[in-house]
Design a binder for this molecule. Sequence first.
Ligand code: ATP
Length: 338
Amino acid sequence: MDQPSAQDTAASPAAAIETRGLTKRYRGGQLAVSSLDLRVPRGSVFGFLGPNGSGKTTTIRMLMGLIEASSGGARVLGEPMPRAARTVLPKVGALIEGPALYGFLSGRDNLARFDAADPTADPRSRARRIDAALDRVGLTAAAGKKARAYSLGMKQRLGLASALLQPRELLILDEPTNGLDPQGMREIRTLVRELAEDGTTVFLSSHLLDEIEQVCTHAAVMAQGRLITQGTVAELVAASRGRLAVTTPDPAEAVRILKEHGVTDLVVQDERITGELPSVEAGPPEEPPQGAEGPLDLAELNAALVHGGVRVRSFGTERASLEDVFVSLTGEGFDVAG
Ligand SMILES: Nc1ncnc2c1ncn2[C@@H]1O[C@H](COP(=O)(O)OP(=O)(O)OP(=O)(O)O)[C@@H](O)[C@H]1O
């Protein structure tokens, strides 16, 4: 990355991660990450969302200095990576592609081994720090059990404990709930929230939209190595209007009127009708449908139904999800099978 300007320097203390034009082309020619400009505010729980193969792990590897960028750069906790790896990495706890555990060692001994391999860890405080980390992830009672007897969720929590042996300013978690059952997922999500409440910035990747909505304050959406959007989860969802949903005992007549007013993709299920509202940005159609004037107003649409003799039980828009945002921005479904 170029030398930061005075303006950048003023802005950077707030950013836990900042990338500029970060690009990775693998040797085979595969462009895995393309000109990524990411900004992760300090104190956020930042969801890095994208289908499999969209470049999340490659980005995380570059942030951690595990692989070199082809071009562009990254700052982590205000320092350039990988140049400042030695000063930055002790402040970053990372869980990338599952923890490497020795099955024949207990959970506690795994942590001891891990800590002993960390040149920045003070052996005198080791036992105390291990106890605190086990307690943090709720593994105190199981600390003496061999790791091979742990469930996947417990293994993942032990991995998190290893990232928490030292105080961390930033946690980078690559798909932390991957492969877990619903209970295990809930445990990890709760833990992530608790860690964030303590002030740690958490950057987590996921291909699960609802996970990001449940846990994160901010998100970035990736597709095919490119950043599609980033911002607060509330902003991202607000930017996408949800589908119209109407409940009525007169669905046939309601469908006719909704169609006339430009509502598309109508789906009728018994007394419930949903549909896509015409986009406001597109402006009024050149020849407005009969009865419609300019951009569609929800109150007008409701009045039109009632005037048409449709008995309306409920009327409104469904809350948009991140999936709607993704689909509206890319025109593609969020296919996690990738
Ligand atoms: N070492 C490598 N050599 C060549 N291509 C690679 C390598 N690692 C990843 N890729 C390719 O780069 C693209 C991005 O992969 P990456 O693993 O970063 O995506 P991801 O979003 O983390 O997906 P996943 O959740 O499946 O790991 C994919 O097309 C992948 O096949």
